[in-house]
Design a protein around this ligand. Structure first.
Ligand SMILES: [Zn+2]
Length: 244
């Protein structure tokens, strides 16, 4: 038996046998939301999927289908962006965790491609800890310090990065056919004190939907950025499994 298994392509009996041998699973969580004029809306989903698959191949886990919708309230005024409510996303994660626990899963790694998902999921995890014999670890760019040193451009002063050098580079590496590089822009919106402190959505600050410099992206950098992410997430996952 391989050390990892693709849950969507496997039969139920293969899943049963896998979880009996390796009671652990990996869930990629993404979003369908604006990613500037040059990247597809499923960027976060594709990135989370690639990282989750990379971690599964290096370690172990029942690789679950990537969740394509998350908590994307900040992009509410961009046509095409979809969002669950905070409570819906929390409930989705709890339902998935209950399904896994019933099937014999005891450890779950959630790989986030989208920065607003970890918050509702944090509360889902806390509530599940009182209910299930299933331990959950969630990671969102756990290599961020290393990544900050590896990029060529400044990150946006407001603290987030979106559809810029990092995400665009990884997409150029993984899915060059989906990147419209001729439309890539550089935009550093003026930070506002209302952002994070009121109901002003982050999306209202940017003209293009980009926070950073997408024009500096290359596929070569993307391969490095992705490797760093997979390596760090895999190390944390192994540590988490060991600590049980
Ligand atoms: Zn993104």
């Amino acid at each position: 038996m391989a050390d990892w298994l693709d849950a969507a392509a496997a039969t139920w009996e293969e899943c049963r046998d896998y979880l009996a041998a390796y009671p652990c699973a990996i869930l990629p969580m993404g979003a369908t939301e604006q990613h500037g004029p040059h990247l597809p809306q499923n960027t976060d989903t594709l990135l989370a999927q690639a990282v989750a698959a990379g971690v599964a191949r290096r370690t172990c886990g029942l690789l679950l289908p990537a969740q394509p919708v998350g908590y994307s309230w900040v992009w509410r005024d961009y046509p095409g962006s979809l969002t669950f409510s905070f409570d819906t996303l929390r409930a989705v994660v709890q339902d998935l965790a209950r399904s896994l626990a019933r099937g014999g899963c005891r450890s779950l790694l959630i790989v986030h491609g989208h920065g607003a998902n970890p918050n509702p999921v944090k509360y889902a995890i806390r509530e599940l800890a009182d209910e299930l014999d299933l331990l959950i670890l969630q990671v969102f760019y756990p290599h961020l310090q290393q990544l900050r040193r590896a990029v060529d451009t400044q990150m946006w002063a407001g603290g987030n990065f979106h559809a810029e050098e990092i995400e665009t580079s990884m997409m150029l590496h993984l899915h060059p056919d989906l990147v419209r590089m001729d439309r890539a822009v550089c935009e550093y919106p003026e930070p506002s004190i209302e952002y994070e402190m009121s109901a002003l959505p982050m999306g209202a600050l940017s003209q293009s939907g980009v926070f950073g410099d997408a024009t500096a992206a290359t596929a070569e950098k993307g391969a490095r950025f992705l490797d760093m992410w997979i390596e760090r997430a895999a190390a944390l996952w192994l540590e988490f499994l060991d600590s049980e």
